[in-house]
Design a protein around this ligand. Structure first.
Ligand SMILES: NC(=O)c1ccc[n+]([C@@H]2O[C@H](COP(=O)([O-])OP(=O)(O)OC[C@H]3O[C@@H](n4cnc5c(N)ncnc54)[C@H](OP(=O)(O)O)[C@@H]3O)[C@@H](O)[C@H]2O)c1
Length: 424
């Protein structure tokens, strides 16, 4: 991997998330960055993007188009790490996986199209692992804080009590510092496009099986016996709050955390036999009184239920409802108001539990809009970790996860990105 022109290229830099990633990069100490480039398909757009950047002479421009495989290969051959922000990934991502393995380029993306990640695992994991290349999807808010936080809690449980972990549970609460956020759009053009691709191409199983990204898919028969997703809203008596399924995708973090467990197990460091991870949203930060919280929890439960029903082809009504929920943003680069992205915080409480009910708790605190500010910061740090910290990262390769590809060594970098991990 040595001797390449660039340490890291950010591809899709002109998109909504790409712009936030570049903004974050501009704030980091120049001495720590190495040789960087931003890449996109439109030379005019990308030059305009760098016009106001203070380091435009340091950050180079590369032109590549996912529809032109030769340009993609040329770009990837020049860099040690590719941060791919050009989604939807099931449309544009395949060529990147092949070329990254061929050219020993480590890779991170933000794909939420789990049906596509499954295809990439089946097609590329073995060859990437043999070539010692790391390919990490879902490397933003989904699923870095959940996957790394769970790893931290599990390892502390194992060390403190010398017992395997049986289950981990994560509960997230959002805190909005400006009420205008509630009236603003929640999702960017790329996220909406990815959700539409999931509906158009996805298998119902990708939305139903929390072990969907395990090295080997469980048999349909054993699937019946494993705990599935809870997709309704409900009142949690212990917490005294209304709970909802994870938004925007209930099917993203759990398969990643379970894959991490399975990949660590292949290396003799699994979390525990029949380990199960589940998660939910505590909506108390999104509405003031109990009535309003109940309504918010119900609204948040609509998208996952109707998405699943639509993929299963249940009814035209589902198709209409999902279309309404995923409407808007027909052009790339659109998303929530950028002046509101910093007026957001999130708190994730993760508890890891053994069979004898010993527990360890981890609190993850994130600054900024999770999907766009926090995600952009984290994916940049993940790329920099692959480029500069390789010797400190776990020796697991292939289509890996944040917890197996980056491990606990990335926590220091995430702190700089505004995401902290504290053990209880
Ligand atoms: N997991 C998470 O936490 C998370 C959070 C945020 C986003 N995401 C995902 O990240 C992806 C990007 O989201 P976004 O909202 O930033 O998307 P976006 O604003 O729609 O931008 C898409 C980017 O892809 C580029 N692109 C499109 N077609 C291309 C092609 N043929 N060749 C090269 N580049 C091409 C666009 O270039 P042009 O500017 O030239 O159109 C643009 O830079 C989505 O898949 C989204 O789901 C995930």
């Amino acid at each position: 991997m040595n001797g390449k022109e660039f340490d890291m290229i950010i591809f899709g830099a002109t998109g909504y998330t790409g712009r936030q990633a570049l903004r974050y990069l501009m704030r980091l100490p120049e001495s720590e960055l190495g040789n960087l480039a931003v890449a996109g398909r439109d030379p005019v757009k990308i030059e305009a993007l760098l016009e106001n950047a203070t380091r435009d002479n340091k950050i180079k421009v590369v032109i590549a188009n996912s529809s032109d495989h030769e340009s993609l290969v040329d770009m990837i051959a020049r860099t040690r790490v590719l941060v791919n922000l050009a989604g939807p990934y099931s449309t544009y991502g395949d060529g990147c996986f092949t070329a990254c393995i061929d050219h020993e380029t480590d890779y991170v993306d933000l794909s939420g199209e789990s049906f596509w990640i499954r295809e990439m695992i089946d097609a590329h994991h073995a060859r990437a692992a043999a070539g010692k290349v790391k390919l990490i999807s879902l490397c933003g808010y989904e699923s870095v804080p959940f996957d790394i936080g769970t790893l931290m809690a599990v390892r502390a449980l194992q060390e403190r009590y010398d017992e395997p972990c049986r289950e981990a549970e994560a509960v997230i609460r959002f805190s909005l510092d400006d009420p205008a956020i509630k009236r603003d759009r929640a999702l960017s053009s790329g996220t909406l496009a990815s959700a539409r691709m999931t509906i158009a191409n996805g298998s119902p199983r990708s939305l139903k099986d929390p072990y969907f990204l395990d090295p080997i898919l469980h048999s349909e028969a054993s699937l019946e016996a494993t705990p599935g997703y809870r997709l309704d809203s409900y009142f949690d008596k212990n917490r005294g709050v209304w709970m909802a399924p994870m938004f925007p995708g209930h099917f993203l973090n759990p398969p990643v955390v379970h894959r991490s467990c399975a990949l660590w197990a292949e290396h003799g460091r699994g979390y525990g036999a029949n380990f199960n991870y589940r998660e939910s949203v505590d909506v108390s930060g999104l509405a003031k009184n109990a009535m309003a919280q109940r309504l918010v929890a119900w609204v948040l439960s609509l998208l996952p239920r109707h998405m699943l029903k639509q993929i299963e082809g249940k009814s035209a009504l589902n198709a209409l409802l999902t279309k309404i929920m995923l409407r808007g943003a027909s052009h790339t680069g659109e998303g929530p108001r950028e002046d509101l992205l910093d007026k957001f915080r999130y708190y994730i409480d993760i508890v890891a539990r053994s069979a004898s009910l010993k527990e360890v708790r981890v609190r993850v605190t994130g600054q900024g809009n999770p999907g766009y500010r926090s995600t952009a910061n984290m994916v940049v740090e993940a790329g920099l970790a692959l480029a500069h910290d390789a010797a400190r990262l776990p020796g697991l390769y292939g289509v890996v996860t944040p917890a197996t590809g980056l491990g606990l060594a990335v926590i220091e970098r995430l702190k700089r990105a505004g995401v902290t991990f504290e053990i209880g």
